[in-house]
Design a protein around this ligand. Structure first.
Ligand SMILES: Cc1ncc(COP(=O)(O)O)c(C=O)c1O
Length: 387
């Protein structure tokens, strides 16, 4: 049905919609049956959009439908956060005795889920250098059932060769999950690259305004059916109010992401030329060691970049304290530009050695580019860098 930007405006429509132009919101936690026969029918169906909201709700249904279509998947499950989506996908697809292959670099919640939570239930995980497809190959074991990918990864902006790893996994009978939060479906469509499940923190680009927390899992109908029992038991259902707000945010997804792509490249080029900057990490720069891979698997390079300040931790903290247009905050993908000193963010969860192993240098700053005038963003970085 239709092209992407038309889908963004109409792809959530459901058969039987009334004549309201903006989508309705159904806050109801439960739905009335007309008679005993209908009640029995509602109760007997696994996924009914008008039975009980944890099992389904028309506002959640339309949000899921739109995200599934954007990613080119058959179906989606909405969750109350991005970690809710990742936990649901992982916990649905592994059992005690299984082995998982994942990356050294993931969003920290994903790393902890795979290393700490799974270990408590007898599931082992190996973590490999995502930039080396051969490292994935070497990590496969007969018990490997799942491969977890994140590209570009948080916060290093390193890439995984998604098609190569997904192909390897398929050949060995393992499923692949890809976290597509950083790229968004505007810049990258992992299902087309052979991945089985796409996970989003919809808190980021999909929502786009730093005003909601949500997640989504996109895959085939048969995999949704496999995840369903776990989904309703874990119970991390998205509130219909937030699903509605997410839908509203998604109307402008491509406009926001395309603008952020352009501004992030401008900021990356500015920083690359600045004497106060040691190194810039952005897949859209020709200097990114995986730029060719970025061009092959992404149609845009995203609004997030990282850079290393010339100097160390103290110089980086000084820069952070001088920023005026950038807001010092975690998260990304919203209309306001945010900056975070990565070593400060990760200090609570990783030791200094583990941080260095994960490429989080003491002078690494992550920038999430929003919709401000890009000249104000580069001016702000220029004055904060002291030049
Ligand atoms: C790549 C990535 N995946 C998942 C998450 C978790 O999302 P949420 O905070 O919505 O649970 C984040 C959050 O920063 C993220 O950056």
């Amino acid at each position: 049905m239709r092209r992407r930007d038309t889908l963004l405006q109409h792809g959530d429509a459901l058969a039987g919609d009334d004549n309201s132009v903006a989508p309705p919101i159904y806050p109801s936690a439960t739905f009335r049956a007309g008679d005993a026969g209908e009640f029995a029918e509602m109760a007997s169906r696994q996924r009914h959009p008008r039975y009980y909201t944890r099992y389904g709700n028309p506002t959640l249904q339309r949000t899921a439908q739109l995200i599934a279509r954007l990613e080119g998947g058959e179906a989606a499950l909405m969750t109350s956060s991005g970690m809710g989506a990742m936990s649901l996908a992982v916990l649905s697809l592994v059992a005690s005795g299984d082995h998982v292959v994942a990356q050294t670099n993931h969003y920290m919640g994903t790393s902890r889920l795979l290393a700490e939570v799974l270990a408590r239930f007898g599931v082992r995980a190996s973590f490999v250098d995502q930039t080396d497809a051969g490292a994935f190959e070497a990590a496969f074991e007969p018990a490997t059932r799942l491969v977890v990918l994140e590209s570009p990864a948080n916060p290093t902006l390193a890439l995984t060769d998604i098609a190569a790893v997904a192909k390897m996994a398929r050949a060995r009978g393992a499923l692949t999950i890809a976290d597509n939060t950083f790229a968004s479906p505007i810049n990258q469509r992992p299902l087309e690259l052979g991945v089985d499940v796409v996970v989003h923190s919809a808190t980021k680009y999909l929502g786009g305004h730093h005003d909601l927390t949500a997640g989504a899992v996109v895959c085939s109908e048969s995999l949704v059916a496999r995840m369903w029992d776990t989904a309703i038991v874990l119970g991390g259902v998205l509130s219909p109010h937030d699903a509605w707000l997410l839908l509203r945010g998604m109307r402008t997804l491509s406009v926001r992401v395309e603008r952020a792509n352009g501004s992030a490249l401008r900021v990356a080029q500015f920083l690359e030329r600045h004497p106060g900057v040691e190194r810039v990490h952005y897949p859209g720069l020709a200097s990114h060691p995986q730029h060719a891979l970025a061009r092959a698997q992404m149609s845009g390079f995203g609004g997030v970049l990282a850079f290393q300040v010339r100097g160390g931790y103290a110089e980086t903290e000084r820069l952070m304290s001088r920023l005026q247009v950038f807001t010092q905050a975690v998260s990304l993908g919203g209309v306001e530009s945010l900056a975070a000193h990565a070593a400060v963010v990760w200090a609570g969860t990783l030791s200094d050695e583990a941080m260095l192993r994960a490429g989080i240098q003491p002078n690494l700053v992550r920038l999430a580019i929003g919709l401000e005038d890009v000249a104000d963003l580069t001016d702000d970085l220029g004055q904060a860098l002291g030049g």
